[in-house]
Design a protein around this ligand. Structure first.
Ligand code: 5AD
Ligand code: SF4
Length: 443
């Protein structure tokens, strides 16, 4: 039996898909190279914006054609949908894609073996499980057998912040932090199987508060310091953080820990205090700028990235200017920006003063131009510098490897294949808005 997993959305989904693959491998499944060859296809879905959710349904339509084609060849295909779309739209999946065999919410995919067994025994037409179970899914998963040099490690899940535009508190449930020992054990396993970079993941990773073996609550700073003690681990990152939870203890780690990369994704969403309040964010633009200042003091080489939403209900030209203003102050080196998308069940969807699509589009274009400008400026400023690059994959051209700088910039270089999965000093020779190229130092 072969499986194929298609992942939509955020890094948490990428991590979850890896763990789903671990479950399937423990059941004897092998990974298919092409979707057409798979006996089991799983879509791990995203519901954050309307576009993301609609993409799942259109791709499911395409998958149904593959399923029919295989059926003509007497091959059965089991189709599963997991993740946030299931949590939010369980009924819709059943209605819009009746050929789907099972659907699991993001907190229940550890029940996959039981569900596959049920399907094979043909009990019922459609199995769905969207509970927020009492047991933690992490306790029921097989070991994380990732063997890449750069790994994700989920330490926290869910969110209690309830930003008024966001579905995450409804799809991923309440905030939960994994115990310290579990995280360290998983880190040790990842390092033993070749990881030299670990990216700690959570929807709200900097509010991590897991228990240590004595039952004492520990923050993210404690975890970062513990991880830095692993000799073979060379790089540490964490994402995504919430500004109001950016404690002085975590900021101090950016001063003390060389292994902590000098790049932080800290979404501000908007530069307008009126909009931030209406978004139910627990910070003002001034609070945010103060945090950035402290971070720069802790590590002057640190650079920032962010998420932005334009066209939130009630956003005026003045509010939008405040967003451009914060971009001009922080000079982000990378960013993700989106038009506000009305999500069913969230408070902002019901707010009056929804912004016209045309205005959202115009504002997004203006913001993205400004963001690209700063990103490009930073990339250009890297030319001539030497940076340590972790080479993670083969490039498209022969003899080329692709890696990442400490600032998460993609870099490609003609470099001996033996440097794959190693950190190599590279002199930057050229830059575009989206990537760098360089030469191995001494080559
Ligand atoms: N509309 C637009 N963007 C959104 N995001 C979350 N919810 C919405 C929404 N309803 C963005 C935020 C968040 C990122 C992951 O997605 O910027 O930080
Ligand atoms: Fe969504 Fe806000 Fe929680 Fe981030 S902090 S996951 S934007 S509710």
């Amino acid at each position: 039996m072969q499986y194929y997993i298609k992942t939509f959305g955020c890094q948490m989904n990428v991590y979850d898909s890896g763990r789903i693959a671990n479950i399937l491998q423990s059941l004897g499944y092998k990974e298919a190279e092409r979707i057409e060859e798979a006996d089991l296809v799983i879509f791990n879905t995203c519901h954050i914006r309307e576009k993301a959710a609609e993409k799942v349904f259109s791709d499911l339509g395409r998958l149904n054609l593959i399923r029919e084609e295989r059926e003509n060849q007497d091959k059965k295909t089991i189709i599963g949908v997991v993740g946030c779309v299931v949590q939010a739209e369980d009924e819709q999946i059943w209605k819009r894609a009746p050929f789907v065999d099972f659907a699991l919410g993001p907190l229940t995919y550890h029940r996959l073996p039981e569900i596959l067994a049920k399907i094979k025994r043909k009990q019922g037409d459609f199995v769905i499980d969207t509970e927020f179970p009492v047991e933690a899914k992490f306790d029921y998963l097989p070991e994380n057998t990732s063997t890449t040099s750069c790994s994700y490690l989920a330490i926290q899940e869910g969110c209690d912040n309830f930003c008024t535009y966001c579905v995450v508190p409804y799809t991923r449930g309440a905030e939960y932090s994994r115990p310290v020992e579990d995280v360290l054990k998983e880190a040790q396993r990842l390092i033993d199987s070749g990881s030299i970079e670990i990216n700690l993941l959570g929807q709200n990773v900097n509010s991590y508060h897991g228990e240590d073996k004595n039952g004492k609550e520990r923050g993210l700073d404690y975890l970062l310091r513990k991880l830095a003690e692993f000799d073979k681990l060379k790089r540490i990152r964490y994402t995504t953080s919430y500004p109001a939870d950016m404690s002085d203890e975590i900021i101090a780690c950016h001063k003390d820990l060389d292994k902590l990369m000098p790049y932080l994704h800290l979404p501000v969403q908007s530069g307008s205090d009126k909009i931030l309040k209406s978004m139910n964010r627990r910070h003002t633009s001034g609070d945010y700028l103060k945090i950035v200042e402290k971070l720069h003091k802790a590590n002057p080489n640190l650079r920032m990235s962010s998420d932005f939403i334009v066209g939130f209900p009630g956003e005026t030209d003045e509010d939008f200017k405040a967003t451009l203003n914060i971009v001009n102050q922080v000079k982000y080196i990378q960013a993700f920006s989106f038009k506000y998308s009305r999500r069913p069940g969230t408070p902002a969807a019901l707010m009056p003063n929804q912004v016209e699509e045309k205005i959202k589009k115009e504002r997004l274009e203006i913001l993205q131009n400004l963001l690209f400008n700063y990103q490009n400026q930073f990339n250009q400023s890297c030319i001539g510098k030497t940076m340590p690059v972790l080479f993670e994959s083969q490039g498209r051209h022969k003899g080329q490897l692709i890696g990442r700088t400490p600032y998460m910039q993609n870099l490609h270089a003609s470099i001996p294949a033996g440097q794959l999965n190693k950190i190599v000093n590279v002199k930057i020779t050229a830059a575009t808005t989206n990537s760098l190229s360089g030469k191995m130092e001494g080559a």
